[in-house]
Design a protein around this ligand. Structure first.
Ligand SMILES: [Zn+2]
Ligand SMILES: [Zn+2]
Length: 235
């Protein structure tokens, strides 16, 4: 077996948002998803693992998923990426902070917008951006399948064992606050829509392979197969 994708899930902040560090064990390139808070701890883990951050992504711009963007960007200089439909929500971070009764975190410039079909790369790995609105208008999910890609974007040639060795055992989706273990994201906050979140889950997430591991924005991981069978909100 070759060297595997590094995936650290760190619950951060008051609301215990699952921040993901995804790293390539060979090039040491990484992306960080949903650094909502506790940036010192995230940086410490990055240092321990010897990873260099290539991009910082938020699945949506609720405060618990974006609170650490500015500090992490300042420490790493990595570009900050969100979906454009969540920019307005990000611009109202102060309102979100006052709802929670916490100080407003520093804001940062958004360097690039992600949209449906975009591909995020680190080392030989590549995640597909799925636009999954409903919890917020600009909610996204990140899906990556079992095999590391070569830098040109084609699947690694099976004849080249060395290139082929960096594999993920199972496909993974980071679902933000769209899909949870036996639950779905709330739709009663600004820009939320129950119709949209159900459409997003049915059309974009449930068709993924059943063995796909789902890492929600909060709480324990699950699989697409389990949610298809057991999620009471999806019947
Ligand atoms: Zn949220
Ligand atoms: Zn959240």
């Amino acid at each position: 077996m070759g060297e595997k994708l590094i995936h650290e899930v760190i619950p951060v902040g008051l609301l215990q948002c699952n921040c993901s560090i995804l790293g390539d064990p060979v090039t040491r390139e990484a992306i960080v998803v949903d650094p909502g808070d506790d940036v010192e701890r995230i940086l410490e883990i990055l240092r321990e693992l010897g990873l260099k951050v290539r991009a910082i992504v938020s699945t949506h711009t609720h405060i618990d998923h974006v609170g650490g963007l500015a500090a992490l960007h300042q420490a790493t200089s990595a570009p900050v990426l969100i979906h454009e439909d969540d920019l307005e929500l990000y611009n109202h971070l102060d309102t979100q902070a006052s709802w929670l009764g916490v100080p407003t975190p520093a804001k940062t410039r958004i360097d690039e917008f992600l949209k449906e079909g975009d591909i995020l790369r680190w080392g030989p790995f590549a995640a597909n951006v799925l636009h999954t609105p409903g919890h917020t208008p600009g909610s996204i999910s990140l899906y990556f399948d079992a095999r590391a890609k070569k830098a040109d974007g084609h699947a690694a040639d099976s004849g080249d064992r060395r290139m082929d060795s960096r594999q993920i055992a199972q496909p993974v989706v980071l679902a933000g606050d769209t899909l949870f273990q036996a639950s779905i994201g709330r739709t009663d906050l600004w820009g939320g829509s129950l119709d949209q979140i159900l459409k997003s889950i049915h059309e974009k997430l449930l068709p993924l392979p059943e063995q796909t591991i789902v890492y929600p924005g909060h709480g324990p991981e699950t699989t697409i197969g389990f949610e298809r069978e057991n999620n009471p909100f999806l019947r």
